[in-house]
Design a protein. Structure first.
Length: 341
């Protein structure tokens, strides 16, 4: 018997239908979003990658109105010191990533003592018994005093399980990141837009974080309209001043910084001293300037996106938004094409 396969859609497959608007200025639009009992004026989280979020990025994200999740690819002491440093520079809302290994109890205790408001159980395949056990340990230790983020998952079934296991927020998206090769190496994954859509229809209370495949402000707007409360960014922030690592200058005077997936060979060797299963790549990206400038541009464009739907808040956007599917020709038309032959 021939099986019928369901169709999934990515960000480029859909567009939002413009609606009547009486919004005269972007200043009338709020893109604030809630995580548990905390409100953030910017629905953006920096990814816990060692070439994206260290102490400087934590501070920059806090100052812009979002927050960052400091990466876990270091010792417990080193990670806790990054939290201390960020908080000493005014970043009161800091999250930290943890794994599911033997150091979970010691690492979480140290990070909470350092002052994080949130812990992120950070694994590639979040629908796993190890994640269930880790969430139970964290909740048993800290109760509701710490906001717990978990992921990544791609299906409503998985998201509902994480919610039942105690996750306050869930990272939705598997294999969509710009330097992630999970779908190629393992054959598994679902487009992030589709995953967010189906999870938003089923989740009861957990906050949804769209993670992976977000390349521009339009993708952020589509994520929020589809049901995400926040988006997590890696590549859009990579190359900014506040990302870890040196800035390199090529022979033509152009500046670059390293950006790598945490399952890349380079990241694994730097962390463990050896590489095993590879589901990411390492590259360089052009230097982008300050994180604050990048985030300010994104925020203004996202607000413009809401205004095109006549929405003053993210909640209103969800209630009034209508998606249409576009053809391949429509996708070509959507991008600037004056130089396209």
């Amino acid at each position: 018997m021939i099986q019928t396969y369901p169709t999934t859609l990515s960000f480029d497959d859909v567009l939002l239908v413009p609606k009547f608007s009486n919004i005269s200025s972007r200043s009338e639009v709020s893109i604030s979003s809630d995580l548990s009992d905390k409100q953030f004026k910017l629905p953006i989280i920096s990814s816990p990658m060692d070439t994206v979020t260290s102490s400087a990025m934590l501070v920059a994200m806090h100052e812009a109105g979002g927050f960052g999740i400091v990466h876990r690819y270091n010792s417990i002491k080193e990670q806790s010191l990054l939290v201390d440093e960020a908080r000493s520079h005014g970043a009161s809302m800091v999250s930290a990533a943890v794994g599911v290994g033997e150091d979970l109890k010691e690492r979480t205790k140290s990070l909470v003592s350092a002052g994080v408001f949130s812990l992120c159980v950070d694994v590639a395949h979040g629908h796993h018994s190890n994640v269930e056990a880790a969430l139970k340990k964290i909740k048993d230790s800290f109760g509701e005093s710490v906001v717990v983020i978990a992921g990544n998952v791609a299906t409503a079934e998985a998201a509902l399980d994480l919610e039942d296991w105690g996750a306050d927020a869930i990272r939705i998206g598997v294999g969509g990141g710009s330097i992630c090769s999970t779908r190629i190496q393992t054959g598994h994954g679902i487009p992030t837009f589709h995953s967010v859509r189906v999870c938003a229809d089923r989740l009861k209370k957990a906050t949804i974080i769209a993670d992976g495949g977000i390349r521009n402000a339009g993708d952020i707007v589509k994520s929020l309209a589809a049901g995400a409360d926040f988006v997590m960014l890696g590549s859009l922030l990579a190359g900014t001043t506040e990302t870890p690592g040196d800035t390199f200058v090529n022979s033509e005077g152009e500046r670059y910084k390293v950006y790598r997936g945490m399952a890349s060979r380079e990241a694994q060797i730097a962390w463990r001293g050896h590489a095993s299963s590879l589901e990411g790549v390492s590259t360089t990206v052009p230097y982008k300037g300050s994180t604050s400038d990048v985030l300010a541009d994104l925020a203004q464009n996202v607000k413009s996106g809401l205004s095109y739907s006549g929405a003053q808040t993210i909640k209103q956007l969800r209630s009034v938004s209508t998606f249409v599917r576009q053809t391949q020709s429509g996708q070509k038309e959507s991008f600037t094409h004056i130089l396209t032959k």
